[in-house]
Design a protein around this ligand. Structure first.
Ligand SMILES: [Zn+2]
Length: 268
């Protein structure tokens, strides 16, 4: 059984939930994707009953604060566990080269030597390229450049144990240049900043984001059976699931999920 553990569902400036990040868990291990914007990742891990010594693979989509700064805390907690012999094996981090440079600098600036000295020996960075395939936790993962005009960013596909494909588009609208990676997905993880009807309030397009309507139109046009939308505003978070689902169902006939933080979604 594969699970999608939703650690956060919000955009960069939310205060009522955590920034969007998640884990894919299966029999051969758990893959963490992004880490949100700070030490809230520690609280979300605890609430989700996850253990840091189960995490050996971390994928990073891009260098924005709400995705990357939590990684410093991941380095701190896992690095401390390694140095006190409470963590077996290595931590592998997959991201593009300028993120590696930035993270190493941030680590050197903010973390103790007992942690930073592990970089290159127990904390291992892997540079990713467009179209690169890796085998991680027994799954084939393919990284692809989402062709962002804002900041270099990668999406990826993960093969599920059923043989189906999960595709994470990162946190920008779909670019048709990525079609070959997205077309065969059974699960699409897509940002949707706000309701289409609230576009004049939250101005998603100015921020290179999309709305529920457009994410759902995309999933419908690609015939993707399952769509997860997140990376949202949080002004009416208690109504978010109901309102976003209602708007989305007018444009998408598949299985639409608008998770709250800490929901666990069964993938297969
Ligand atoms: Zn973001």
């Amino acid at each position: 059984m594969d699970q999608l553990i939703v650690l956060g569902t919000g955009n960069a400036t939310v205060t009522k939930c955590y920034n969007t990040c998640f884990a894919v868990k299966g029999e051969e291990g758990t893959i963490l994707c992004d880490a949100g914007g700070g030490n809230g990742i520690l609280a979300q891990f605890e609430r989700a009953n996850m253990k840091w010594d189960d995490i050996h693979h971390l994928l990073i989509t891009h260098a924005h604060s709400d995705h990357l700064l939590g990684v410093v805390w991941v380095l701190r907690i896992i690095g401390t566990m390694i140095s006190s012999k409470k963590y077996e094996g290595d931590l592998h981090i997959y991201c593009h080269s300028s993120i590696i440079d930035g993270l190493v600098q941030m680590a050197n600036l903010t973390l103790q030597k007992k942690v930073t000295s592990l970089i290159g020996t127990r904390i291992l960075f892997h540079t990713i390229f467009d179209g690169q395939k890796e085998s991680i936790c027994g799954r084939e993962i393919t990284f692809f450049d989402i062709h962002s005009t804002k900041l270099k960013q990668f999406g990826f596909t993960i093969q599920l144990s059923s043989g189906e494909m999960l595709c994470c588009l990162g946190d920008e609208p779909y670019n048709p240049l990525c079609a070959e990676y997205v077309q065969s997905a059974s699960w699409l993880l897509c940002e949707a900043f706000c309701l289409y009807e609230d576009r004049d309030i939250f101005k998603p397009y100015e921020k290179h984001h999309t709305t529920v309507k457009e994410a759902c139109e995309l999933a419908q046009s690609l015939s993707v059976p399952n769509l997860v939308i997140w990376h949202t505003e949080d002004k009416r978070i208690l109504e978010r699931k109901r309102l976003y689902t209602a708007e989305g169902q007018a444009y998408y006939k598949g299985n639409l999920l608008v998770p709250d933080d800490l929901e666990v979604i069964r993938l297969c």
